[in-house]
Structure formats: structure tokens, C-alpha cells
Design a protein around this ligand. Structure first.
Ligand code: CUA
Length: 656
């Protein structure tokens, strides 16, 4: 199979090369003058480029000829870039950056009225935020399987959750609550996307107030927020969302139960020592203070029961959110703790929902918990004790099926379609493949270097696909050409269907540190081609009240407000002259009236920080004060047609 495909490549390469040479009017001899090293055969190419047969085999598994499409789409967090990165697999071609927590100029995201409202609603304490620390994307699910409709993602630094509609790959909503001051266990969805989970990382007084850090144990708290998703509206409904107060441990990653464990939520934690640093004040640094205990706690939340308690109104309002207090959570049996070996990190429910895999950063094992055992211990009220806040602790030994020794620094686990698990080993820079049933390591593949999260095809669903896994490596030293002290991250594509696993491709990711990703079968996504009919407002998700039709273009002055109703079509804006007076407020209402696929225009007025993307059928509103007199050209920023440069006009701002 392998040698046959190379044979095919060789023949076709030669045929194509001769065809190309013939078409530019030169034979092989003249061609030799053009290029010293014509690509005459695969064997020659391999020799010239120093490629082994394994390299060529890997290349053939990822190379995607022009016009061919990828089998999977990966949605990766853009880390500090605050945007979402859409990547084709196996080609590892970047298809799109979606503006989410950060203004994104290409899409005009954050440069017009509609998208400004999205970034505005993500303000905290009245401060508009122009960056985010994006961590964990979660695709919407139906019966525990990705359905390709929506994607949720969190901002760890400014705890927020965004909703991206995959019908047009546009961010439609950002929600935030000042209840918490940093998140990490976000976003994770329940199997039918009823709730999007966001839980704290660093405890703080709930609601954002001040309390002396010495009162950490009394006044500081964590919380888990359950954002209610309204699929019909494509939006989170904050009024139907609620939270549970948690002890001041540093809650970490989370996962929602599925199938057998549906209706439950599991959240890791570290710093159950409740250390808070103070290394200049005679205390141990936070990192060592937080690493004293042999066990930290898994938080087990009965979400179905919690929902009933919240609906019954047994909550208090904090920062506008209905919060179930820690005491109520204990009284109502909503919260249990369970020991987890040293500084746990990954929290991954198995595809059948029967087990939970937790890996401890400072332990060499992954621990496999059985949900049935956990549930039975809760029902029997069989506790090993209680924590300082009175939360019952389940006995560790009675909750687990076993442990598997994986290697150094195990973090995150993904699953395939054959009953295997894959766990990233941060310190060892490797991925361990192991049998869930036998708790035995089957093999390891080295990665480069310091892998954090990994993502397998449909790896968080009830039906993982296996096939591909991406190792999301934090360090990239010696892998790419040098670009100064700030290096890209390295995404490494691995074929996990082959035995042994095969490293296929290195992809530098140079925009923020991506944390996590999810990979969906490409044919599950059904995005639209154009907004139909023309005049659609993608942010409000409705036909725009300000949509403009051809021949209805106009400029309407109302006092100092000037409304410009403009259309864009290849290759002109109408109107192409806008006359205003200094001090006027200009309201641009621009509709791209085209319905042809990919006939996108852009719009900018220089020096006014105005930019918009006008995809076919899209309507945008842009408001600004013409506070500087002068002559300001405006033009189309997308190379839309042969007369793209002529798609321009003037805004004339007369002295007031
Ligand atoms: Cu329209 Cu360029």
C-alpha cells in the first residue's frame, strides 16, 4: 500500500512536471537552466530534502491537495490571543481565527456597534476588556455527542464564557459574573447542553469585595456557576443560571457526567491546604504551601438535585446571581469530596460515563474512579470524614477501581474507539496510551515538548473516533526556525490508529498559548455560505432594522446626527461621498447587498479607527463622532474585484 502510493506519486510527479515545462514552452534542457534541481522523482526529492521513508509516509497522511478538504475540524483556544483558532485535520491548515474576547480587525469584531455590544457585555466592574485568556472550548452536545451547532469557551483571567454560533462562526454572547474572580473549570457542557459549567480557580470573597488575605479560610470562597443555555435562542440565559458556593480550595478542571453519570459534575482542586502565599512576609511561597497534602479533593456535585434546590429558591443573591450557599449544599447533599492524589489536574469522564480518570501532576499515576461506587457511597452516607467546612469526604479506597502508573507528570486524558485512553505526560514529554480495562500502558510516543492538553477526534464524546490526536505542546525549542525569545507553541499531530502511534506533523501556533481544543468530524458542521436575504445582523441574529436595499441608499440628517444608509456591491459604495460637519455624530448603516459566495467587502475610514467586514448579505452599524475636520478617504479593504481599488469614496468633514 505504502510503496504503491509512492509509485503513483512518482509517476504523476514526472507527468505533471513535463506538462508544466511544456506549458511554459521549454523542454527538460531549458528547464535545467531555470532550476538546478528539478523535482524529477520522489526518490530524488527524498534525497534532496533528507527525508526518510517514514517521513514520506507521514507526509502522505497529512498532505491535502488543492481543493480537497479535511476530515476533521479542530477548535483550539487562542490562549492570551483571546480568539478561537479553527484548524483542519489532518492538513493542520488554519482555516479561521474567530474574534471572541479580543477585538479582531479582519472581522471588524469590536469595531462596530453590534460587535462592540458583545465586548461591552463582557465588561467587568464597568471596565471594558480587550483581551482574554482563553482556555477550554466545548462543542455543544446532543445525547453526549458533538452536534456541530455551538461552541462555548472561557476566559480564565476575567472569568467569562462566550457563545459562538457555528452556523456562521460568530461570537454571539459573552456572559460574566463578578461572583468569581478567575475561572479554570470552564467550559464543560452537560450531555444535552442544558448547562455550561464554569468553576473558579483562585478563591476570593464572592462578589468581588475586599477581605484581608489572613481571613482566607473564613471569607474566601470558590464557586461553580451553571450557565443555563437556551438552544432555541442560541444564548445563555443568566436569569435561569445559578451557582454553588465551594470551599476556598483552588478548584481546577471539571467534567460533566454522561450516560450513567449524567446529571453529575466533577471538579478537581489543589491547594486544599488553603495556602495563600506571602513569601516576602515569612510564609512559604504559594506553590510549596499548596503542595503539602498527599491528597486534594475531587468535588462531586449532584447537578440535577442542585437545579431543584435552585428552582425552589433556596439561594441567596450575590452579584446578581442565585447562589446555593455551602451550608445549603451540604444540608441538601449536593456536594461531596473525594481524595485525589497529589495536585490533580485532568478530570476526564470515560465515554461510557461509568468511570472518571484523574491524573495527578506530582504523582506518576492516573486514578480510575468508578461512578457506581461513588454513587453508592453517597447513598449509604459512608464517609471517611468531613473537611473544615463540614463537607462529607468519601473514602478513597472504596471509590476507585485502580491506578495505572503512566510516567512523569500526567495531566490530561482522551479516549479512542477501542477502549484505550491517552494521557499527556508533561514532565516526560510523551503521550501514554493505556488500556482502560486492564489499567496497563500499551505504548508511549515522545512529543516536543512539555505537553499540556491533548485532543483526540471526538475524544470528549460518548463515541470517540480514535484516528487522530493532537499533542498541544507548551515548548517548541529546536523544532522551528528561530524567531527571537518568544517561541510559538507546537501542535503535533499523531496517528493513534496505527500501531505504534505515529507522529505525523508539527504545526507552530504563534498567537497566544492555546490550552485546549476539541476535534469534530467536519461533516457535522453545516455553516451557511451567505446571509440570506441581504440585510442580516449576525450579532442580533435577525434582519437588521437598518438594512439598506439597492436604490434606497440615502443620507438623513437629524440635528447633529447623520444617518448614512449605504450599500456595498462590486465595485462601489453608494453613497460614495459623505458630507458632515465637525462635531456631528455619524451613524453608518452599511449592507453588502451581494448574495454571491465569498463576495466579501470591507469598509474603513482612515484615522477614525473604523473597520468592518461585510460578508455577503451582512448589515453593520458603525457610530462615531466626526471630531476632526478634514478630508477622509474611505475604501473597501477586501480585494473583491478587478476594480477593488476604485471601490472608494470620501467623507468630508467641514469645519463646524
Ligand atoms: Cu469591495 Cu474590494
Amino acid at each position: 500500500m505504502k510503496s504503491k502510493s509512492i509509485g503513483v506519486l512518482r509517476t504523476s510527479t514526472i507527468v505533471l512536471w513535463f506538462a508544466a515545462m511544456a506549458s511554459i514552452g521549454c523542454g527538460p534542457q531549458q528547464a535545467a537552466q531555470v532550476s538546478q534541481t528539478p523535482a524529477s522523482s520522489t526518490a530524488d526529492l527524498m534525497k534532496q530534502r533528507g527525508l526518510s521513508e517514514a517521513d514520506v509516509n507521514a507526509a502522505l497522511q497529512t498532505y491535502t491537495p488543492t481543493g480537497k478538504k479535511d476530515e476533521y475540524i479542530t477548535f483550539a483556544s487562542g490562549g492570551h490571543g483571546g480568539n478561537l483558532i479553527v484548524i483542519g485535520v489532518p492538513s493542520m491548515r488554519i482555516l479561521k481565527y474567530v474574534g471572541v474576547f479580543t477585538p479582531e480587525p479582519w472581522q471588524g469584531y469590536g469595531y462596530g456597534d453590534q460587535s462592540d455590544t458583545i465586548l461591552e457585555e463582557g465588561s467587568r466592574f464597568g471596565k471594558k476588556l480587550t483581551w482574554g485568556d482563553m482556555h477550554h472550548p466545548a462543542l455543544s452536545e446532543t445525547n453526549g455527542d458533538y452536534d456541530g451547532e455551538f461552541l462555548f469557551v472561557n476566559d480564565k483571567a476575567n472569568p467569562r464564557v462566550a457563545v459562538i454560533d457555528l452556523h456562521d462562526f460568530v461570537t454571539k454572547q459573552i456572559v460574566t459574573s463578578t461572583l468569581i474572580q478567575a475561572d479554570h473549570g470552564a467550559t464543560f457542557v452537560t450531555p444535552n447542553t442544558e448547562y455550561v459549567v464554569e468553576s473558579t480557580q483562585y478563591p476570593a470573597p464572592l462578589g468581588g469585595g475586599y477581605a484581608p488575605i489572613e481571613e482566607f479560610q473564613d471569607k474566601y470562597r470558590g464557586a461553580a456557576i451553571f450557565w443555563k443555555f437556551d438552544r432555541e435562542n442560541g444564548k445563555i440565559d443568566p436569569a435561569k443560571s445559578f451557582a454553588i458556593e465551594l470551599p476556598p480550595y483552588m478548584q481546577d478542571l471539571a467534567d460533566a457526567g454522561k450516560l450513567d453519570s449524567e446529571g453529575w459534575v466533577f471538579i478537581n482542586s489543589f491547594d486544599t491546604e488553603m495556602a495563600y502565599g506571602g513569601n516576602l512576609e515569612g510564609n512559604p511561597p504559594l506553590e510549596s504551601g499548596a503542595s503539602q497534602n498527599d491528597m486534594d479533593y475531587m468535588h462531586i456535585i449532584n447537578l440535577r438535585a442542585a437545579e431543584q434546590v435552585a428552582k425552589a429558591g433556596k439561594t441567596k443573591k450575590i452579584a446578581g446571581m442565585d447562589v446555593i450557599s455551602l451550608d445549603t449544599a451540604i444540608e441538601e447533599g449536593l456536594l461531596h469530596l473525594l481524595g485525589e492524589p497529589k495536585s490533580p489536574h485532568g478530570m476526564d469522564v470515560t465515554p461510557d460515563g461509568k468511570e472518571i480518570v484523574v491524573a495527578g501532576k506530582l504523582d506518576t499515576h492516573a486514578t480510575v474512579y468508578e461512578f457506581a461506587k461513588i454513587k453508592s457511597l453517597i447513598e449509604q452516607k459512608k464517609y471517611a470524614g468531613k473537611d473544615a467546612f463540614g463537607v462529607p469526604i468519601l473514602p478513597f479506597e472504596d471509590s476507585i477501581r485502580g491506578q495505572v502508573e503512566l510516567g512523569l507528570g500526567p495531566l490530561h486524558t482522551q479516549y479512542d474507539d477501542k477502549g484505550n485512553a491517552y494521557t499527556s505526560l508533561f514532565i516526560e514529554s510523551a503521550i501514554a496510551k493505556w488500556s482502560i480495562k486492564d489499567l496497563k500502558v500499551l505504548e508511549k510516543v515522545k512529543v516536543h515538548y512539555n505537553v499540556g492538553h491533548i485532543v483526540a477526534a471526538e475524544g470528549d464524546t460518548v463515541n470517540p473516533d480514535g484516528h487522530y490526536l493532537i499533542s498541544m505542546n507548551k515548548w517548541a525549542i529546536d523544532r522551528f526556525s528561530k524567531v527571537g525569545p518568544l517561541l510559538p507553541q507546537n501542535f503535533q499531530l499523531i496517528n493513534i490508529a496505527s500501531e505504534p502511534m505515529q507522529l505525523l506533523y508539527d504545526m507552530p501556533l504563534p498567537l497566544g498559548e492555546p490550552h485546549y481544543a476539541q476535534m469534530i468530524k467536519a461533516d457535522k458542521l453545516k455553516p451557511i455560505d451567505v446571509y440570506k436575504p441581504a440585510g442580516y445582523d449576525p450579532i442580533k441574529d435577525e434582519h437588521s432594522a437598518n438594512a439598506v436595499k439597492a436604490k434606497e441608499e440615502r443620507i438623513v440628517r437629524d440635528g447633529k446626527d447623520v444617518n448614512v444608509y449605504m450599500t456595498a456591491v462590486r465595485s462601489h459604495f453608494t453613497p460614495d461621498i459623505i458630507r458632515v460637519k465637525k462635531g456631528d455624530t455619524v451613524h453608518l448603516h452599511i449592507t453588502n447587498v451581494e448574495q454571491a459566495h465569498d463576495a466579501t467587502h470591507g469598509f474603513t475610514i482612515g484615522s477614525y479607527n473604523v473597520h468592518s467586514s461585510l460578508e455577503p448579505g451582512k448589515a453593520v452599524d458603525i457610530t462615531f463622532v466626526a471630531d476632526r475636520e478634514g478630508t477622509f478617504p474611505f475604501y473597501c479593504t477586501e480585494f473583491c474585484s478587478a476594480l477593488h481599488l476604485e471601490m472608494a469614496g470620501y467623507m468630508l468633514v467641514e469645519p463646524g
